[in-house]
Design a protein around this ligand. Structure first.
Ligand SMILES: [Zn+2]
Length: 164
């Protein structure tokens, strides 16, 4: 097995290229300094929208499909991989606390699916500040009252739990 290359794995590169082709701009291996001195480097970071994308190697991050414990040297790999997974979870929690959306993809996820997941996460978040003027479809910010396309206040009937 090759050494653990932390960055620029093939699935990660493919995802970056695909996103770039779609016109998305991001930072790779962007270091985030979070509360408590925790430093996290998402593989792909959309800093304006605060979307952090990680492409997790099946082995290193213990994918349920391919990350089965290696038979040999289990005494060594077992705890090491568990530590990796625990660190992932702690990092996720720290990112979410800091207002980030965390997207984790297994390296085995097909590229189209990976791109779709990231794009969905990006469209679900609204970049702060004025949207680019060249993008009229991206009407960020509060919904204007003059927009009559949406039915007003579609609130479901109140469920009153206090009624016995
Ligand atoms: Zn896998």
């Amino acid at each position: 097995m090759r050494a653990n290359r932390r960055t620029d794995t093939k699935p990660e590169l493919a995802l970056r290229h695909a996103l770039h082709r779609l016109g998305y701009r991001y930072r790779k291996d962007y270091r985030l300094d979070l509360d408590g001195g925790r430093r996290v480097r998402p593989d792909i970071a959309f800093t304006a929208r605060k979307v952090a994308v990680f492409v997790d190697g099946c082995f290193w991050h213990a994918c349920p499909e391919h990350g089965s414990n290696p038979r040999a040297n289990e005494w060594y790999w077992g705890p090491k991989l568990i530590k990796n997974v625990e660190r992932d979870r702690v990092n996720d929690a720290a990112l979410i606390l800091a207002g980030w959306t965390v997207v984790r993809l297994w390296e085995h996820v097909p590229i189209d699916e990976a791109v779709g997941t990231v794009v969905t996460a990006l469209t679900a978040t609204v970049a702060p500040g004025p949207a680019k003027a060249a993008d009229p479809g991206n009407a960020a910010g509060p919904v204007s009252p003059s927009d009559g396309t949406e039915p007003p206040n579609r609130i479901p009937p109140a469920t009153d739990d206090s009624l016995g």
